[in-house]
Design a protein around this ligand. Structure first.
Ligand code: SF4
Length: 417
């Protein structure tokens, strides 16, 4: 699996460096023995472990190793998984001293300062803390704004050459105000905030000059939410004649593109767009509160192809309201609408989302799925993707069969990405 620089850790390192804290970052996804090396050279006072959704097992293994070597070290976890699990994580993992809920930059700086001054952490907003036998949640922290106050991620602390073509990832905005029932946005939240176009162009220039990138991948939840800003960024890239390849990995909403924006995307170096469609059944689209219609989906796909950009879509099998009918619906759709590729996945609820509550009310969790730890996250885009729940009108067996049939159909048509 390809790896990208962990920008979340990069931002934390950057704000800590600004306050003159000594900090080291290791990315165990690409530096296999880095933890042992780091633990053998010095005694850290605080170790932060970042944890996404689906890699909790590895993250707890790191915590265990750190605490075995340095029982006195303060271990704080952050990222999507700790933000979702909150107190539950500390109840279940006694090696973890605290978690950061949501955006970590301001919380981590305060945590370090309080720690250095031997002050209590009870007034550091954004933390869940172990306090003796109790677990306490401090107040939530307000979202960082304006985002331009943040320094660029400290990429100099990351093993940038190891990411190859994926080195050029960037966040130009945070948060998303839409209400899709399967999406939790646990770190950046519901309020959209964007970097100014100048900040973004300066960061891209930094990536080109310092790291020689020729591909820039935007990791935003919703890059085009502010269309004026998006157009300014694209115009800026074109005007600078950087000749970049641009990717929007997390998808663009079909209702946020216009012909003008698509033309600017193409001119700036974008050859393919991924649209978050998720279902081609209008009733299911309404149930998952995607806030888009099938007409908008088709219009965006056709427009995209007309301006010479490939149109790929994300699709999920097993959404609320799906039945075995989904196979015919996808077949009909890809025969009628010319998409260039499909990212297929098995619909899997994230805790504390509306989808999760829906399964609790309308479905049944499958025994093999450890829903407390999310340790058995299904693998997408492979033959063996597994459901984690079933409903009476779409059983686990039917879900697997439907997923495989759709995958085979897409594969036959050269559409699987
Ligand atoms: S799926 Fe995309 S559009 Fe929907 S809420 Fe999440 S980030 Fe926003």
């Amino acid at each position: 699996m390809f790896q990208v620089p962990p920008l979340g850790l990069g931002y934390l390192a950057a704000v800590l460096k600004q306050r003159d804290f000594e900090v080291e970052v290791v990315d165990l996804n690409v530096e296999v023995c880095a933890l042992e090396r780091l633990l053998s050279v010095g005694q850290p006072s605080i170790v932060g472990v970042s944890c996404g959704i689906g890699n909790a097992r590895q993250a707890f293994e790191v915590v265990r190793k750190v605490k075995t070597c340095f029982p006195e070290c303060f271990v704080v976890m952050g990222g999507p998984y700790p933000s979702i699990m909150g107190e539950q994580l500390l109840f279940r993992h006694s090696d973890v001293d605290a978690t950061v809920i949501g955006e970590g930059e301001a919380a981590i700086v305060e945590l370090f300062e309080q720690f250095q001054n031997r002050q209590a952490l009870s007034n550091v907003d954004g933390l869940v803390l172990r306090d003796g036998n109790e677990i306490k949640r401090n107040s939530l922290r307000v979202a960082i704004e304006p985002l331009d106050n943040l320094p660029f991620p400290a990429r100099e602390k990351l093993p940038m050459p190891l990411y190859g073509e994926n080195a050029g990832v960037i966040f130009t905005s945070r948060g998303c105000p839409y209400q899709c029932v399967f999406c939790s946005r646990p770190v950046f939240g519901n309020r959209w905030r964007g970097h100014s176009s100048k900040y973004v162009l300066d960061e891209i220039e930094h990536l080109i000059r310092r790291y020689g990138v020729s591909t820039v991948s935007f990791l935003d939840d919703n890059f085009a939410f502010d269309s004026d800003r998006a157009e300014k960024i694209l115009d800026g890239i074109t005007a600078k004649k950087w000749k970049l390849s641009l990717y929007f990995w997390n998808g663009i909403r079909v209702d946020s593109v216009t012909e003008g924006l698509l033309r600017k995307m193409r001119k700036a170096g974008c050859t393919a767009v991924n649209y978050g469609v998720e279902s081609v059944d209008p009733d299911v689209l309404a149930r998952i509160k995607k806030g888009i219609s099938l007409e908008e989906v088709e219009k965006a796909i056709n427009l995209t192809r007309e301006v010479g950009v490939k149109a790929n879509i994300f699709l999920m099998v097993g959404n609320p309201g799906d039945t075995a009918q989904v196979v015919d619906e996808v077949k009909e759709f890809v025969e009628r609408v010319k998409v260039d590729g499909v990212h297929l996945s098995m619909a899997t609820p994230i805790p504390n989302t509306e989808f999760w509550s829906w399964v609790k009310q309308n479905g049944r969790w499958l025994e093999a799925y450890d829903r407390e730890e999310l340790l058995d996250w299904p693998i997408d885009d492979v033959e063996s993707a597994c459901p984690v729940f079933e409903t009476s009108d779409f059983t686990a067996e039917e879900r697997i069969r439907a997923y495989r049939k759709i995958r085979k159909l897409l594969f036959r048509n050269g559409l699987i990405i």
